[in-house]
Design a binder for this molecule. Structure first.
Ligand SMILES: [Ca+2]
Length: 497
């Protein structure tokens, strides 16, 4: 009996040592959460204290100031997250096409290397997930209230606010269902704050009497830009819907609380022209921030649970979003463009004992890097066909000498929602060269060039200035090099009619 007990203790001990040696990973991923609405990133909204828990993660960990995506739209960004590859390599170009779940994905490799893998929330890739010990995801975009979730067994509906329920499920797994002898990868994917920005009841009155600062570019006239910026369909002015987005109209006339007050005010004042745009901006921003409040509170719940379970020390917690979003900059909402607000995304990581608290990284990182980062954290092999670089050295403050100096970007969903023309481009931390191409682009191709040092808001396209000829040539060469490196096919997939 004693011997059996001794053996059990030994097995338990070795499992414990193994688990302790390799960190757990908690990956919290929201949908469309702009860095402008995260306090740790500073900017015009910081004084509203919009994200106390995410800010705490940044204080205790590292904030990445130059984190970017390769294709600024929901489903392709998620495909890149799982595969560590640009859209042209994983085949998920836009929100419409299928995702091939049979392909290589990092979580399958983690699972083979002894990690428990979990995905809860929004993934926006139809079909059965693979490589997860437990997955429970929202169908498509999912609902804000009383959502259905899909598992291998089918669909089930739950009551409550989706951001809370996603965390409930993740914490239930963490507390009650996991195998405590194994390290884990827990992916908590929020639907919020995606359009149409429906807050939790408890946050409906937040910011009610506050004037949200406007961006300087709210009334951008796109004077120096090419066709794409001039012909898009994503302005607060023309595209944002009164009822569907701003909850003003018949459907909400009999609502209570915030929506009732909003409808009453609107009927009494009926703003027009610029005043209407300003009112829409305020209303949009408040609903958006109310949604991010629930996300932030739920980040706090996860941090608290890790602490209570003694997991804080050996768990790396990362926070990011599938891309950035326009908070009225250039008069827009939505994403898609290679301009900063949608190209860039928040990225924060806390890893006690490894990441120096309060550190800031300014190297160019991209969402192709996430898969390799997870694999290195787990000590798992990294397949040579993944296209990113592990961020672990950056987190440890050991920046490799050959770290990349430019990023490749390519947006494909045209024709499509919001009418953003197809484009690709290169960014080197200072200059950004963008090539719009294809259907509805005059002469099949148009170029833009920005100097982010002199023009951080990207209001001044300098591609037409003759004195920039040498710079343009250099950036074109860099773009060609990146396309070769990432094996971008000469011919992009054909555009739908
Ligand atoms: Ca998104």
């Amino acid at each position: 009996m004693k011997r059996i007990l001794f053996t059990f203790v030994l097995i338990g001990l070795s499992a414990w040592v193994q688990a302790a040696a390799r960190p757990n990973i908690v990956w919290i991923f929201s949908d469309d959460h702009s860095y402008q609405t995260i306090g740790a990133y500073g900017g015009r909204l910081q004084k509203l204290n919009p994200s106390p828990n995410i800010d705490r993660l940044a204080r205790e960990g590292m904030r990445f100031d130059r984190a970017y995506v390769g294709n600024s739209i929901c489903a392709p960004s998620r495909a890149t997250l799982l595969t560590g590859k640009h859209s042209h390599m994983n085949g998920k170009y836009d929100n419409r096409g299928p995702f091939n779940h049979d392909q290589q994905q990092f979580q399958k490799i983690l699972q083979k290397n002894g990690y428990q893998t979990v995905m809860v929330g929004k993934i926006h890739l139809s079909g059965q997930m693979q490589g997860f010990d437990y997955w429970e995801v929202l169908p498509g975009q999912g609902a804000y209230y009383n959502p259905s979730f899909v598992t291998e067994e089918g669909k089930t509906k739950y009551e409550g606010y989706t951001t809370d329920i996603i965390t409930d499920k993740a914490l239930d797994w963490l507390e009650n269902k996991r195998d405590k002898t194994k390290p884990f990868m827990l992916m908590i994917h929020h639907k919020a704050p995606h359009r149409n920005w429906q807050p939790a009841k408890r946050h409906m009155e937040k910011y009610a009497d506050i004037e949200i600062p406007e961006p300087e570019t709210l009334f951008d006239d796109y004077a120096t830009r090419t066709t794409a910026a001039n012909k898009q369909d994503m302005t607060i002015d023309k595209t944002m819907r009164m009822e569907g987005d701003l909850k003003v109209g018949k459907k909400f006339a009999k609502a209570d609380g915030q929506y009732a007050a909003r409808n009453e005010w609107f009927e009494a004042h009926t703003p027009e022209g610029k005043e209407l745009v300003k009112w829409k901006y305020q209303t949009y921003m408040k609903d958006f921030l109310r949604c991010t409040w629930a996300v932030d509170e739920n980040v706090g719940r996860v941090l608290q649970a890790l602490k209570e379970q003694g997991l804080e020390r050996n768990t790396i917690v990362m926070y990011s979003s599938d891309q950035g979003f326009y908070m009225g900059e250039h008069g827009w909402f939505d994403k898609r463009f290679m301009y900063e607000e949608s190209f860039r995304t928040p990225l924060i990581a806390r890893w006690p004992g490894k990441i120096k608290p309060g550190s800031v990284n300014t190297d160019l990182v991209q969402n192709i890097d996430f898969a390799e980062t997870f694999l290195e954290l787990a000590g798992a092999p990294i397949p040579s066909d993944m296209q990113g670089k592990s961020l672990v050295p950056l987190m440890e403050g050991k920046i490799p000498k050959d770290w990349r100096e430019s990023l490749y970007y390519h947006y494909y969903e045209y024709p499509g929602a919001h009418k953003v023309r197809r484009h690709e481009g290169v960014f080197d931390s200072r200059y950004k060269l963008i090539r719009f191409y294809g259907k509805d682009v005059p002469n099949g191709e148009e170029w833009e060039l920005y100097d982010l040092e002199k023009d951080p808001s990207e209001m001044n396209n300098i591609h037409g200035n003759p004195e920039n000829a040498a710079l343009i040539k250099k950036m074109e060469q860099e773009l060609a090099l990146l396309k070769k490196q990432y094996e971008v096919p000469d011919k992009p997939p054909s555009q739908r009619k």
